[in-house]
Design a protein around this ligand. Structure first.
Ligand code: PLP
Length: 931
């Protein structure tokens, strides 16, 4: 294999932008640079050249090439491989050195090269085709139009996220959350959803990683040059910058608005880096997850409140607000205030409208991962909302507290989002289960399984993560619809018709490309720290394109246990060296630790030290500066994707999905998405979904399981070749991975689920509540106040069970209840019979609720309810009664978080009782059911 000649990618720091005074200052060393090893271009002594006047100079293209500008400014080029190719063809070196940024490339390309391609018939034909495809893409009849009565007039879904990972030249993401958000937008565009996205545009984004000679992570913050990125500055009708303002204590902060066009979907990004904001306020949009808690609250105020103001300034009136993680949850405050101000309705009424249109996706499986703010800070920055709403401080803070009586509790963004959302979801089945446990306190009295946090499992955008040659292969054998087709589409059967030989040769090609790419990247890293000549030579020798390659790349958070495979050094050494049979194994590893995560950095250093071992240095490499581009090369070119988080800490995980779509089997702990995949046919499970109390013991057990799988399953299957040198068994697994995982763990499926399960209903409900000058919202608010006032006065007085306490399976018994509803009426409530198995602790944990039928009132005014029930299983079974609120405008009976259960001790039970055990506490009645 060869390595490409040295070409300095990092040398392409965009030229100093005279328009950005802050940048000029920074270049001159007047602005702090952080990190003890700041590279020289940030610390040089130089003169300050303040411009007296600035211009935005745009590239000058020959008229015949104007279309390139249109293509460059629509991020569709990121997942349309022909357009991508077109830019590469224009100037391959510049394409790479610009970090795959067509706008920067068009701005810096030699004029002579432009003249050349303007005469090149082949190039022009490819360009014209690309333009045609973009137009077709934007005009085609979409899934949304077909599934939403040709598009519902006036609806719009706003998607808020702290980070978006779209493409490598826009480093405004840190990891999985951002890439997921980016993929959400791409699929929303593919499906034609009327979605707009809201985020912050960071001047420095997330850091670039490099390592010093000892393997210690260093951070560099390249400055994003907005004018040379695929960004449009939004302007008002008179041509001036569109600006919004947000009030902070004692001052107003301004932001301008940039738009990224992602196919059909616009992403609007706020930018505070402008005059007359003071330095601190300009830095609100400085770094993603960079500052202290005050910077963080400033950022989240800008995202949530600034975001709502921006949408309004753009003339948009969304009918759904989707909070991707809790960072944007302050948006609910601004929305309620707007509704009060504009519609002249009360806080309670505005709350109904706002809540009906808001939804929340949580991504955090541990309490420590939740955004919390001290109450005094929340009052200091946002207390004016409480005043406007007419709430006392503690009532206002209660919006972000689970236990509203705990006046010292911090303010939780997740709790705020949940309390004001009409739908809440986790990002995998397992994560939703964990989230129900984490947040069940918000629905006191509901059985855990009923806590309304459902799962919409994450996915990835197929056309963004599958290698170009592999996409072409799928297009050829499956037809072009594979990237969005559902699991039941018959096209998936055609995966088996791809010749083994072709799939395998293509994969081997991807692996060789990865090897070249890694050698390149390593040399680049060495250059950045001025390494010695022999190190460059060594970097040219790493990896073998014919050896089983295991990929591991993700954030270096400690729970992901990047060094688990090093637990038994001698054993992994034997595995890498081929167990004496020449069946060698190599590792490609990448990932960033958060700058303040010292233990995370230790893990990187540990891996680097391990690679210093003479015998292993070619077989295990750590590739610096993990980003979208490196991720794509790795998920295409490795053979196996390894993941070993400490279960259940990985809410979903998405890199393994990208790998599967490229035909890689996963080798992973049963956490997140992998626990719901076909992990036998499409890879290997590490362990069987156990939870452990002792982390050290867990590491031992799981490292051992990992070694055993490698030794006994993975390596033998990979090296088992037939006469054609093909690993038939391995290829079969690859095909299963493609066939089963591509349709399922796909943002096309995911975004459809969000649309069908959340967006459509929330949009309809919020429009209903706002109709006729908010009459329904007012009715709902009035009803709710009345309901809450009289809720606790209701009394379930007696329950009559028709049969003795010994039953047989399927024997019908009649249950009647007498309930004193007080000031409420049967229309206000739903009375349910709840039945299920009585568990060892005397509770019914997974019972079933069925509505009882209202029979009228007796002479004392008590309401009579009736139902016939039977049990399908034998054993100790219980029943109870409960009451939930009901109203035609209520989205779900759980919205008010009110549920009244029959109290065993206070309800008179009339039953043919024959020497039964004392009744279990939460069960109004229990009985032994015989088979
Ligand atoms: C996909 C992706 C991630 C997320 O990977 P996980 O498996 O969820 O950890 C992080 N960073 C980048 C650059 C990615 O492309």
């Amino acid at each position: 294999m060869y390595a490409k000649p040295v070409g300095d990618e990092s040398g392409l720091e965009p030229p100093i932008k005279a328009e950005d005074p802050k940048r000029v200052l920074r270049e001159a060393g007047k602005v702090k640079t952080r990190g003890q090893n700041a590279p020289s271009w940030n610390t040089g002594i130089s003169v300050t050249m303040q411009p007296i006047c600035t211009f935005n100079v745009t590239p000058s293209l020959p008229p015949r090439l104007e279309a390139l500008r249109i293509l460059a400014y629509n991020l569709r080029w990121d997942w349309d491989s022909d357009t991508n190719d077109l830019f590469r063809r224009l100037d391959p070196d510049l394409w790479q050195s610009s970090r795959y940024n067509p706008v920067l490339m068009l701005g810096t390309i030699r004029q002579s090269r432009l003249q050349e391609v303007a005469e090149d018939e082949g190039f022009l034909a490819q360009m014209d085709r690309a333009v045609q495809r973009l137009q077709d893409y934007q005009q085609k009849r979409t899934w949304y139009r077909k599934h939403r009565s040709e598009g519902k007039a006036g609806e719009c879904y706003a998607y808020f996220s702290m980070e978006f990972g779209l493409t490598s030249c826009m480093p405004v993401y840190s990891g999985g959350l951002g890439v997921l958000a980016g993929d959400h937008l791409k699929s929303a565009s593919d499906l034609g959803l009327p979605l707009v996205a809201v985020g912050l545009l960071y001047q420095e984004g997330y850091f670039a990683q490099y390592l010093n000679a000892d393997g210690w992570q260093q951070e560099r913050y390249p400055i994003n040059d907005f004018y040379n990125m695929p960004l449009h500055l939004e302007r008002t009708a008179d041509g001036s910058e569109l600006r919004i303002s947000v009030d902070y204590p004692g001052r107003t902060v301004y932001a301008r608005v940039w738009r990224v066009q992602i196919g059909r979907v616009p992403l609007y990004l706020l930018d505070t880096n402008i005059e007359p904001n003071n330095q601190y306020d300009q830095d609100i949009c400085d770094r993603l997850y960079g500052g202290d808690i005050d910077v963080r609250i400033h950022q989240e105020i800008m995202l949530g409140i600034g975001g709502v103001r921006m949408l309004k300034a753009l003339g948009l009136a969304p009918t759904v607000y989707h909070m991707n993680e809790g960072h944007s949850a302050f948006l609910v405050l601004e929305r309620i205030k707007n509704l009060m101000d504009e519609a002249g309705i009360s806080y309670a009424e505005a709350l109904q409208v706002a809540q009906a249109s808001q939804m929340f996706t949580t991504h955090t499986p541990v309490p420590a991962g939740i955004d919390l703010f001290p109450p005094d800070k929340v009052l200091y920055y946002l207390g004016h909302y409480g005043h406007r709403f007419g709430l006392a401080n503690d009532e206002f803070l209660a919006l972000g507290r689970e236990d509203t009586g705990d006046l010292s509790a911090p303010f939780s963004m997740a709790v705020l989002a949940i309390k004001l959302a009409t739908s809440v979801n986790g990002v995998s089945e397992l994560h939703a289960e964990v989230s129900r446990k984490m947040f069940c306190g918000l629905w006191n009295g509901l059985p855990l399984s009923e806590v309304p946090i459902h799962a919409i499992t994450n996915g990835v955008h197929a056309r963004s993560c599958v290698a170009k040659s592999t996409q072409e292969l799928y297009d050829r054998y499956l037809g072009p619809n594979w990237s969005q087709a559902g699991s039941h589409d018959p096209l998936w059967e055609r995966v088996n018709s791809i010749p083994d030989e072709e799939l395998w040769r293509n994969h081997e090609l991807c692996r060789s490309q990865l090897v070249v790419y890694v050698r390149d990247k390593l040399q680049q890293g060495l250059r950045e720290r001025g390494a010695a000549a022999h190190e460059f030579l060594e970097a040219q020798e790493v990896l073998d394109p014919f050896v089983l390659t295991i990929g591991f790349a993700r954030r270096f958070a400690t729970y992901k246990r990047a060094t688990l495979f090093l637990r038994d050094v001698e054993r992994i050494r034997r595995i890498i060296k081929g167990q004496g049979e020449g069946r060698r194994v190599q590792f490609v590893i990448a990932g960033k630790a958060h700058p303040r995560d010292i233990p995370g950095k230790e893990l990187i250093r540990k891996i680097i030290h391990f690679t210093h071992d003479e015998e292993l240095s070619r077989s295990i490499v750590f590739v610096p500066n993990y980003d979208i581009h490196l991720a794509r090369a790795m998920v295409a070119g490795c053979d196996v994707w390894l993941n070993n988080p400490r279960r259940p800490r990985e809410a979903s995980g998405t890199s393994g999905m990208k790998a599967a779509m490229n035909g890689l089997p996963n080798l992973s702990v049963l956490d997140g998405w992998w626990a719901e995949a076909d992990y036998i046919r499409t890879g290997w499970p590490i362990g069987s979904g156990e939870d452990y109390d002792d982390p050290d013991y867990q590491d031992d057990v799981e490292a051992n399981a990992l070694y055993e799988l490698l030794e006994q399953e993975v390596v033998p299957l990979f090296y088992d070749r037939d006469n054609d040198e093909l690993p038939r068994g391995w290829v079969a697994k690859m095909k299963d991975a493609i066939r089963l995982n591509t349709p399922q763990f796909n943002t096309a499926r995911m975004v459809k689920e969000y649309a069908e399960r959340c967006y459509f209903a929330a949009s309809d409900n919020s429009m209903t509540l706002a109709a006729q000058s908010y009459t329904p919202a007012k009715a709902l608010a009035t009803w709710q106040a009345h309901l809450i006032e009289h809720w606790y006065a209701m009394k379930i007085e007696s329950v009559t069970v028709s049969e003795p306490s010994d039953l047989t399976v399927n024997q019908v018994l009649q249950v009647q209840a007498q309930i004193d509803l007080g000031a409420l009426t049967p229309d206000d409530v739903q009375v349910q019979l709840y039945q299920g198995k009585v568990e060892i602790d005397g509770e019914m944990h997974s019972g079933r609720a069925t509505p009882m039928t209202y029979q009228g009132q007796d002479q004392q005014g008590r309401c009579q309810y009736k139902i016939d029930v039977s049990y399908e299983a034998s054993g100790l079974q219980g029943l109870s009664l409960r009451i939930l609120p009901e109203h035609k405008y209520l989205n779900s009976p759980y919205d008010l978080r009110l549920v009244m259960w029959a109290e065993p001790d206070t309800v008179a039970i009339n039953v043919n009782n024959q020497g039964q055990d004392p009744k279990p506490s939460s069960v109004a009645e229990s009985m032994a059911v015989a088979p």
